[in-house]
Design a protein around this ligand. Sequence first.
Ligand SMILES: Nc1ncnc2c1ncn2[C@@H]1O[C@H](COP(=O)(O)OP(=O)(O)OP(=O)(O)O)[C@@H](O)[C@H]1O
Ligand SMILES: [Mg+2]
Length: 244
Amino acid sequence: MNGAEVVVEHVRKAFEGGRIRALEDVSLRIAPGELVALTGASGSGKSTLLNLIGALDRPDAGTIAVDGAVVDGSDASEYRARTVGFVFQFHNLIPVLSAAENVQVPMLGRGPGRAERVERAEELLGEVGLVGRAEAFPPTLSGGERQRVAIARALANDPRLLLADEPTGALDSETGDQIVALLQRLRESRGMTILLVTNDRAIAERADRVLELRDGRLLAAQGFDRRQADSSERRVDGAEDADA
Ligand SMILES: Nc1ncnc2c1ncn2[C@@H]1O[C@H](COP(=O)(O)OP(=O)(O)OP(=O)(O)O)[C@@H](O)[C@H]1O
Ligand SMILES: [Mg+2]
């Protein structure tokens, strides 16, 4: 599987009739398979940007394209279901469903029958290092275990792009470290592209590249530069050859 390419061009987003300018002229490119950390102070626009890239919301201006296709079009729900996996800051698991059932939620109505869903959920929980806890309910899991379930759920439809909004924010630093190590492993094994919001320096430094938002703008020259674009063109070609 190849990770998705993300191209954000001149994106703006305001709230409350324009009073709150959450993003101003943000442009960036994430190469297929890249692990990028997005940092910035509270309120700087990180979640807003993630939500736009995940087509949970639409930009006021500018475009977001994933693998060359603009994501806010009529097929946004198909894009969300097929291409993107979301991991939220506070995991958003359904407390009355078991870990395995939570992981199956994104598969519902998407083809796999019950037996296949159960099997896939078990595999995914194994992939995130959570064997033996499939029947547990989220309130009985530790914070790190819950985030593992949330990551397994995000992987349910084999996304090529994983968007993770401070998945380690509520965890102690050692558990946070393990979650990032898990994301790195998944990136290698699945070839996913990952955009990870974090305010933890140590975690950001483990990414291929760090982007920082300040008052809705990316710090100068971080998002996109020609050299990066040129070298990753070659990388994309190489990846296609390898698959053929
Ligand atoms: N739905 C909304 N309605 C109104 N204002 C919003 C909405 N969503 C975000 N904002 C505002 O937009 C700005 C950017 O918010 P955003 O959630 O993107 O910040 P953030 O960088 O993710 O912050 P944090 O680190 O606290 O999660 C903030 O001023 C926030 O109050
Ligand atoms: Mg946020």
